[in-house]
Structure formats: structure tokens, C-alpha cells
Design a protein around this ligand. Structure first.
Ligand code: NAD
Ligand code: DAU
Length: 337
């Protein structure tokens, strides 16, 4: 089996590459990544001798076709995306370029080279948000698309395009919509790694609004195992939600990180809320459980301990990131918040 993994130098894509290399030693694995600010070859260093790496933009048609011609993949798993909601609020355009047009180019290549499966890694954010006072409500695959941010709108547009390529051209596609991931190699602009890095530096921990928004956290390896099942056993044309009933408020997460690191809660600083901030995400994973037998393996209390440990043990990985141009980003986003 020959698998092309786009965005494989990012957080989830990188974890997926590690997962696949270890689980399927006989597979040929090719990573295609533009190496944007979020892509990091250090993430792939432990498996570099087991994969081929191609630096390219998924929206660059000529480059993508050349890579398909060279490697002739059977399966394409598309993780490549602009992924940070706050950045999409500042500058939506690159989100449309990569997340929508990039997806189109990849699928055109899949048609041209007659691949066996195109898998789109989507997000629960395409469903919008749920009210805080309705804990009985969950996102199912039937929940209408109803987006809030330029990021989620671009991901929803891509999903619709993927479904259109299936219906119109018969492209063998699957889509997964996962909740918030956490774990190793998570870029420190996102909630959990940002709070760990700030706490370790005794810097303020910027909590948006009152910290009462809810996210449904999934350890990244559980996301990888779900995608593995979908690409091998999932039904073509179907959407699968992925999540593990691990809803937590942001303030709970931040306090937990402080507790694990032995740092004081006085570091918490409430800052201006995110524009259009989604209130609550919560996935109903019944379909993937019933059809493919998937269940998450890592409980939040264990996953967060493992994650904090990883950031303590791998300081060079993230300290390098936050010492560079990330400083300018941080100042711009949080300087006057
Ligand atoms: P990330 O930002 O950590 O990594 C994105 C990767 O894509 C980087 O390696 C980057 O260099 C690459 N990339 C960006 N633009 C590219 C382009 N034009 N061409 C080629 N490569 C490009 O993202 P992530 O958090 O790992 O998310 C991966 C995917 O999973 C995304 O599609 C995201 O929408 C989805 N997702 C993320 C989460 C989450 O909690 N992080 C949850 C559900 C779904
Ligand atoms: O639900 C899946 C989505 O999860 C993915 O599609 C996105 O790619 C991924 O980035 C993530 O989106 P969120 O916006 O939920 O993640 P983020 O880590 O940016 O924020 C999590 C929550 O924490 C959110 O309610 C905003 C809040 N937050 C975030 C940051 C960065 C803060 O309070 N302070 C912060 O500094």
C-alpha cells in the first residue's frame, strides 16, 4: 500500500505519520507538506528514514501532479490546512486558498491518477456550536453545517466540494470530523501547549472571555486510530464523526495544567473574547463505534499527564518555535488584548 499524507509535518498529520510507520512497516509513506509556520521537519525526524518527503503546496497544481506521477499513491489522506481559528479571523484569504482550492487540486490529482481512496480530515467546527445549557445535545453526522469563523467556513466548503466530487465524478472519498485534539507536537499557539509554555515561563495565561466555553478533547493517537479504520474499512461517500465524550471548559483545562506543573492560579489572566467564539462542541461518535468498532483508548486524565510530560521532556522542539517569528505573532495577538 502506498499512502500520501498531506500536512504530515503538522501536529495531527505528524502523529499520523508516526502511527502508520509503526503499525504498517511494509507500507510506502510519502509526506507532502508546504512547511508553513505550522509545519516542522523536527516532528518527522524520528521516522525520516522510513518515509519520502516532498515539500510542496497542495494548491500548486503542477507540483501536486508531479508528486502523484512520481509516487502513484493508492490512498491520499489530506491533513494539510491552515488550522488556527484566531489567524483566520485576522487574515481569512490563505484559509480559502489552502483549505478550499488546495482540496480541489488534490482531488483533481486523485481523479487523474485514479487513486483508490481520498480521505478528507475535517473538523467538528463545520457544525457550528451547541448551547452551554443543553448538555443533552451532540453533533451527529446529520447535524446541519452552520459555520462561525473563516476557518470553519473554509473547512465546510472543502467538505461540500469533497461530497460533490463523489457524487459528480464518483471519486472514492471519505470524510472525518473530529473534535479538539491534544498531545505531542501540538503547535504552541493552541490552548493546551500555549498554556503549558506560558506556565513554565511564569507568563500570564490568557483565557478568552470567562473561560466557560467547552471543547470535547481527544488524545491525538485516538484520532489517528480512527482515521486508520476509516481509510481501510470505512464506506465510500460517508462522513464519520470522531470524539470521545471528553467535554471540558477552558478554565478547567487551564487550572489542570497549572496544578500538574505546580504553578499558581494567579497566572490566569482573563482577556478579550475571540470574535464569534463558538460556545460548545460535543461529538456523538455512535456511527464510527457501531460501524467500525472505534473507541478512544486514552482517558483525559491520563492524556493530559502524558502531554504535559512530553512538553517537559521535549523543550528543544517547542522552545525553538516560540523563540522565532512566533514572538511577533504573540505580541500582535495578545499585546493589547
Ligand atoms: P497544523 O496547523 O498543526 O498543521 C498543518 C500542516 O499543514 C502543517 O504541517 C503545514 O505546513 C501544512 N500545510 C499548510 N498549508 C499547506 C499547503 N498549502 N500545502 C501543503 N501543506 C500545507 O494542523 P493540525 O492541527 O495538525 O490539523 C490537521 C488537520 O486536522 C487540519 O485539516 C484541521 O482542520 C484538522 N483538524 C484539526 C483538529 C485539531 O484539534 N487540531 C481537530 C479536528 C480537525
Ligand atoms: O474542534 C476542532 C478544532 O479545534 C480544529 O478544527 C482546529 O483546527 C483547532 O485549532 C481547534 O480549534 P479551537 O479554536 O477549539 O482551538 P484553540 O486551541 O485555538 O482554542 C481552544 C479553546 O481555548 C477555545 O475556546 C478558545 C480558547 N483559548 C484559546 C487560546 C489560543 C483561550 O482561551 N486562550 C487562548 O490563548
Amino acid at each position: 500500500m502506498n499512502i500520501l499524507i498531506t500536512g504530515g509535518a503538522g501536529f495531527i498529520g505528524g502523529n499520523f505519520v508516526h502511527y502508520m510507520v509503526n503499525k504498517y512497516p511494509d507500507y510506502v509513506i510519502v509526506v507532502l507538506d508546504k512547511l508553513t509556520y505550522a509545519g516542522n521537519l523536527e516532528t518527522l525526524k524520528p521516522v525520516m528514514d522510513r518515509i519520502s518527503f516532498e515539500k510542496a503546496d497542495i494548491a500548486d497544481r503542477a507540483a501536486v501532479y508531479k508528486i502523484f506521477e512520481k509516487h502513484k499513491p493508492d490512498i491520499v489522506v489530506n491533513f494539510a490546512a491552515e488550522s488556527h481559528v484566531d489567524r483566520s479571523i485576522e487574515n481569512p484569504e490563505i484559509f480559502l486558498q489552502t483549505n478550499i482550492l488546495g482540496t480541489q487540486v488534490l482531488m483533481d490529482a486523485c481523479r487523474k491518477y485514479e487513486i483508490k481512496r481520498y480521505h478528507q480530515v475535517s473538523t467538528d467546527e463545520v457544525y457550528g456550536d451547541l448551547p452551554l445549557d443543553r448538555p443533552d445535545m451532540f453533533f451527529t453526522e446529520e447535524t446541519p453545517i452552520h459555520t462561525s469563523s473563516p476557518y470553519s467556513a473554509s473547512k465546510a466548503a472543502a467538505d461540500l466540494l469533497v461530497q460533490a466530487y463523489h457524487r459528480t465524478y464518483g471519486l472514492p472519498v471519505t470524510i472525518s470530523r473530529c473534535s479538539n485534539n491534544y498531545g505531542p507536537y501540538h503547535f504552541p499557539e493552541k490552548l493546551i501547549p500555549l498554556m503549558i509554555a506560558n506556565a513554565l515561563a511564569d507568563k500570564p495565561l490568557p483565557v478568552y472571555g470567562e473561560g466557560l466555553n467547552v471543547r470535547d478533547w481527544l488524545y491525538v493517537e485516538d484520532h489517528c486510530s480512527a482515521i486508520d479504520l476509516i481509510i481501510h474499512n470505512g464506506t465510500v461517500g460517508e462522513v464519520y464523526n470522531i470524539g470521545g465524550h471528553n467535554e471540558k471548559t477552558n478554565i478547567y483545562i487551564v487550572k489542570k495544567i497549572l496544578e500538574l506543573l505546580g504553578k499558581p492560579e494567579s497566572l490566569i489572566t482573563y482577556v478579550t473574547d475571540r470574535k464569534g467564539h463558538d460556545l460548545r462542541y460535543a461529538i456523538d461518535p455512535t456511527k464510527i463505534h457501531n460501524e467500525l468498532g472505534w473507541l478512544p483508548q486514552t482517558k483525559f486524565d491520563d492524556g493530559i499527564v502524558k502531554t504535559v510530560r512530553w512538553y517537559l521532556d521535549n523543550k528543544p522542539w517547542w522552545e525553538k518555535i516560540i523563540s522565532g517569528e512566533y514572538q511577533d505573532y504573540y505580541e500582535k495577538m495578545y499585546g493589547n488584548r
